[in-house]
Design a binder for this molecule. Structure first.
Ligand code: ADP
Length: 587
């Protein structure tokens, strides 16, 4: 919550009536919906979620044990907002944008104490502001008035806040300033600082959404190759426990070609988030070689943190994403996991004794999910520029049952579906994205990008792979009944090709230095190498060579090492030459 401008609080203007976990009721509180309030003697942060006559219901973002009736409630009169400005990148926040390192300094430990507040950005730190407007220029809401080197990677654009009127610039500063100092003044009296605030539950204004035509390149073959996500698109990763949701999300955060990454760890176990918090600051950004954190903002709200803050962390994250979008950046937001978020809604709803919907989730579950994903998109910005937010939500259905409400409602909204499969994970086929269940509705609109940038025959080659995998799926049923040897030779060969597609192309080891990231050119080239094997092998078969001999050529198993090959271009050229030579020698 914003503390940047200390709001005048009215003294003890309410009294706690009851406390039920994260839900507190108060009487005599003069408040509006969504006002932020400080609850109890310790001043725990909460938000007004219901008002009925003299009774106000508050969800509290901190642990409420020990807080009791009769204690005071103070209203700030302000909605739950985030502080926006330079310094958000390279930061790690909790669900209400309190920087964890600052909390740690104040309390000696992160995650634990309560009643401690801290601004979302450093108010003292001075930043080098370089203006891009001059006296006499006319600026409108959303216009960029200057830039600040926020990190080694990202230039922070200082914008006229969207709720300003805009006007003629009457004075403009240049040099080192803290975020609260005025750097630009307008003729109507409006003053612009690097610091803005925005209420998290309200989408920042933008113009029309455009059809996304560029992929968010993930560096993961199965995702880029078969089920691509667009920059500005939405995707879900449902999967049972242990199937690889977290690894997949982290791979996206590390490798995707977004300018900015907002990673929300929502309600997952603390140790997983600790891994992210410890890992990320060490990792280099593949695009720039700079630290990955220089383009990343982490929001950590682990399962041991209060449930209401889990509800808010999603909104905090998406608002930060929108702010960088407004600068014209392509932002990728990962939320792990939206199921834990939905569970937080369910818990609060049940404490409010609302009428439950399916499986106890509130009736507004579908609406909340779609409101969240709606904030993704490729946008025409209010300043005429373009920016995008891609949203990827992990879903953790209990028992891996995709028919439960969170998965089903998410499925209706997102356009890319990466379904993780427990059997594949058990067989150590990673990423365990099930190619029969998954889909992407962006394929057609992204094909031109692939054709222009990677290879003109991209969609044909991909379709060939899809057909082979489909055929394998059908043949497997017969194989299970009568065994592989009972199949005609051409079908046996198809199964062999499909095996290479799965093992050499679809499988990708996130833990291997080279294989962890696969550029689109390599994704394409690996696929065409398997297709070369296919084409040459079928020619040999037609020339009368027995399938066993074809399968046993020396060069074939080397296809499995393409992913881990560093000098992949030469490596693949060589395999293709050898395959041709060895197969042609058989007839
Ligand atoms: P979930 O979040 O679904 O419970 P995780 O993401 O923690 O599952 O994955 C469980 C384990 O599976 C990981 O610890 C890792 O060993 C393995 N794994 C998942 N994805 C990959 C991958 N792409 N490459 C290698 N190993 C993986």
């Amino acid at each position: 919550m914003s503390q940047a401008e200390q709001t005048e609080t009215v003294d003890e203007d309410g009294v706690i009536e009851s406390v039920s976990g994260p839900v507190v009721t108060a009487t005599d509180l003069d408040a509006r919906m969504n006002d932020v309030v400080y609850v109890g003697d310790e001043g725990l942060m909460g938000e007004v979620i219901e008002i009925e006559g003299n009774l106000t219901t508050i969800q509290v973002y901190e642990e409420t044990s020990g807080v009791g009736p009769g204690e005071p409630v103070e209203n700030t009169g302000e909605p739950l907002s985030v502080d926006l400005g330079p310094g958000m990148l390279d930061s790690i926040y909790d669900g209400v944008q309190r920087p964890l390192d600052v909390l740690e300094d104040k309390m000696g430990t992160a995650f634990l104490d309560r009643g401690v507040d801290a601004p979302g950005i450093d108010l003292e730190k001075e930043w080098e502001f370089e203006p891009e407007v001059a006296e006499g220029d006319v600026v409108e809401p959303g216009d960029i008035v200057g830039v600040v080197p926020e990190t080694v990677t990202i230039e922070h654009k200082v914008m006229v806040p969207p709720d300003y009127e805009g006007g003629e610039v009457t004075s403009v500063e240049s040099g080192e300033f803290s975020v609260e100092e005025t750097i630009v003044e307008l003729d109507n009296g409006e003053e612009i600082q690097m610091h803005q605030e925005w209420p998290v539950r309200e989408a920042r204004p933008a113009g029309d959404k455009e059809t996304p035509t560029e992929p968010l390149v993930t560096g993961q073959r199965v995702q880029d190759g078969l089920f691509p996500l667009a920059k500005g698109g939405t995707a879900a990763i449902p999967g049972p426990f242990g199937s690889g949701k977290t690894v997949t999300q982290q791979q996206l955060a590390k490798w995707s070609d977004a300018d900015i990454v907002v990673y929300i760890g929502c309600g997952e176990r603390g140790n997983e988030m600790t891994e992210v918090i410890e890992d990320f600051p060490e990792l280099p950004d593949p695009q720039t070689g700079n630290p990955l954190m220089a383009r990343t903002c982490l929001i950590a709200n682990t399962s041991n943190m209060p449930v209401a803050a889990r509800e808010s962390c999603i909104y905090t994250g998406i608002t930060i994403a929108e702010y960088y979008r407004d600068m014209g950046y392509d932002v990728a937001l990962m939320a792990d996991s939206t199921s834990r978020w939905a569970e937080a809604m369910r818990e609060i709803s049940s404490r409010l004794e609302e009428m439950p919907g399916e499986e106890g989730y509130p009736a507004y579950l579908a609406a909340s999910l779609s409101e969240f994903y709606e904030r993704a998109g490729k946008f025409q910005l209010i300043n005429g520029d373009e920016g995008s937010i891609s949203v990827v939500g992990a879903v953790s259905p209990p028992g891996g049952d995709f028919s439960e409400p969170v998965t089903q409602n998410t499925l209706r909204i997102v356009k890319t579906f990466w379904a993780l499969d427990a059997d594949l994970a058990e067989r150590r086929h990673f990423p365990s994205i099930d190619w029969n269940e998954s889909y992407s509705l962006y394929k057609d609109q992204l094909d031109p990008w692939w054709e222009d940038n990677i290879a003109g025959d991209w969609s044909d080659v991909r379709q060939w792979a899809v057909d082979v995998l489909d055929e394998e799926d059908e043949l497997q049923e017969i194989v299970q009944l009568v065994g592989k040897d009972a199949l005609p030779e051409d079908q046996q060969l198809t199964l062999e090709i499909a095996r290479y597609l799965r093992e050499a192309w679809l499988q990708q080891n996130a833990l291997h230095d080279v294989d962890t990231y696969c550029e689109p050119e390599k994704t394409y080239r690996m696929l065409t190498a398997i297709k070369t094997f296919n084409d040459e092998a079928f020619e040999a078969l037609e020339a009368g060579v027995p399938v066993d001999e074809i399968q046993n050529v020396d060069a074939a198993p080397r296809l499995n090492r393409m992913g881990t090959a560093e000098e992949w271009n030469e490596f693949i050229d060589e395999i293709e030459d050898d395959l041709k030579e060895q197969l042609r020698a058989l007839y």
